[in-house]
Design a protein around this ligand. Structure first.
Ligand SMILES: O=C[C@H](O)COP(=O)(O)O
Length: 250
């Protein structure tokens, strides 16, 4: 039985004050969450303060991106070991905003996956198709290609302990959620893709759904057999909503 993970991707949002308020709210309600693990991924600069505020709580934290390099002349980049030093457990890799707005390729995502693991981080690898790709009926081609790039990097065994997030790009921040059936179909496809290489790893793999997940649709989505939690954007910025999503997995 896979345990659910509810991870908040704060994206480029927050302030020191707003973060404190949000984390205070999460900490106050965490006692009612029993069926899932929780994590938040703030912007880099807030990681040290978030680490202090969450120390000793069951809530883990992570980064939204990392370099595939470990050190050197890479202005503006942050190495995996650096965020690990501040207690990050997770790192989001290959979010569609990174792929679309910053040109990250499948190869780059695969390199970051390798670097993150080498530093002891748990990568949350994002995959997903655009609306145009869904309409052209090439969702499985796109997601399969994105998965294969990661699998090829170090073999399927490297996915043991990693996390995949299926995020249909057309559902991100749009209020338009994939139906539980649409999401389940792609989640099952992802698991199958890994199972073709390593059935045990596939069975244990946490596959999160992301894209306008909110308290109203979380239970229905997570009731599907291959949906093991959520990568939450907008709703992770409100403690009550984030906790309600987490409780939907109880
Ligand atoms: O990483 C999170 C996803 O991009 C989902 O964002 P959203 O919940 O605001 O649609």
């Amino acid at each position: 039985m896979r345990r659910a993970l509810i991870a908040g991707n704060w994206k480029m949002n927050g302030s020191r004050e707003a973060n404190r308020e949000l984390l205070d709210g999460i900490k106050a309600g965490i006692g009612e969450v029993s069926g899932s693990d929780l994590a938040v991924c703030p912007p880099f600069v807030y990681i040290p303060e978030v680490a202090e505020q969450l120390a000793g709580t069951p809530v883990k934290w992570g980064a939204q991106n990392v370099s595939h390099e470990s050190s050197g002349a890479f202005t503006g980049e942050v190495a995996p070991a650096m965020v690990r030093e501040f207690g990050c457990v997770y790192v989001i890799i290959g979010h569609s905003e990174r792929r679309t707005l910053y040109g990250e390729t499948d190869e780059e995502v695969a390199k970051k996956f390798v670097a993150a693991r080498a530093a002891g981080l748990t990568p949350i690898v994002c995959v997903g198709e655009t609306l145009e790709e869904r309409e052209q009926d090439v969702t499985e081609d796109v997601v399969g290609r994105q998965m294969d790039a990661v699998i090829a990097a170090e073999g399927a065994a490297a996915l043991a302990g990693a996390v995949i997030a299926y995020e249909p790009v057309w559902a991100i921040g749009t209020g338009r959620t994939a139906t539980p059936e649409q999401a389940q179909a792609v989640h099952a496809f992802i698991r199958q893709r890994v199972a073709a290489k390593d059935a045990n790893v596939a069975e244990g793999l946490q596959i999160l759904y992301g894209g306008s997940m909110k308290p109203e649709n979380a239970a229905e989505l997570m009731a599907k057999p291959d949906i093991d939690g959520g990568l939450i954007g907008g709703a992770s910025l409100k403690a009550d909503q984030f906790l309600a999503i987490a409780k939907a997995a109880n």
